[in-house]
Write a protein that binds this ligand. Structure first.
Ligand code: B16
Ligand code: MG
Length: 220
């Protein structure tokens, strides 16, 4: 019996994943490293500080802790410039309609994002009041694939993981959902199939009852 849904933000509600990639690639250029889209895939759902560590490893560069802080701040300022003019038109196709279906059925909805910029983005796209619970990178200690972000979301909504669907576009996020015993829906390509209970290409035209049926789950 499903009573709630938790949505990842970047790559699920809105395609900010491309802006994160652009900002990391710009930083990589400064390290004289060509950061590929494939390598970026592995950073999806990973916190800012951990992402920098991985980029430094890839580039084979060692810097001081003080410089790491500076680099993270620089990457974030570039990212914020890129998202500055975002508006509701960047909400991914079908997302608003799918959220409306959930509201009509009194299904609780939350955001579970690794991003410390989640609230800023939600304000820009006009969805800050759409979610009854928002758990973001400011509210958790452990990064995905640790399930903390989703467990906290479910706790705040008062639902059990088994009653809650997590929608995620990253391998790490889906691993977090499974580790927390949530129902895990991958949003994206078939490469996510090994990590999810089911994969959907996106929300366009998605009917909530059909989704539940395809996972043999009951409605409230
Ligand atoms: P920030 P999600 C994640 O958001 C992104 O996928 C990941 O690329 C990013 O590094 C991370 O947030 C931290 O973001 O630098 O804004 O705090 O997919 O969990 O919504
Ligand atoms: Mg994501």
């Amino acid at each position: 019996m499903i009573r709630a849904c938790i949505f990842d933000l970047d790559g699920v509600i809105v395609d900010t994943a491309k802006y994160h990639y652009q900002a990391w690639r710009r930083l990589a250029w400064h390290l004289e490293y060509e950061f590929t889209e494939e390598e970026n895939e592995k950073l999806k759902g990973v916190s800012r500080t951990e992402s920098l560590e991985r980029l430094l490893d890839l580039a084979g560069v060692q810097i001081s802790e003080k410089d790491k802080k500076k680099y993270c701040a620089t990457k974030n300022s570039w990212y914020l410039q890129l998202v500055e003019n975002m508006d509701g038109s960047e909400i991914l196709p079908g997302v608003s309609e799918f959220l409306a279906q959930l509201k009509d059925r009194h299904i609780k909805i939350a955001i579970g994002s690794a991003s410390k910029n989640a609230r800023t983005i939600l304000k820009r796209i006009g969805l800050i009041d759409a979610f009854e619970v928002i758990v973001d990178g400011e509210g958790v200690k452990k990064s995905k694939p640790d399930p903390e972000v989703f467990l906290r979301g479910a706790e705040l909504m008062g639902t059990l993981p088994q009653e809650t669907i997590v929608f995620e576009d990253s391998e790490k996020g889906l691993m977090a959902a499974k580790a927390g015993t949530f129902v895990a829906v991958g949003v994206g390509g078939e490469n996510l199939a090994d990590f999810a209970d089911i994969v959907i290409p996106g929300f366009k035209g998605l009917e909530y009852p059909t989704l539940l049926e395809s996972m043999h789950l009951a409605q409230v």
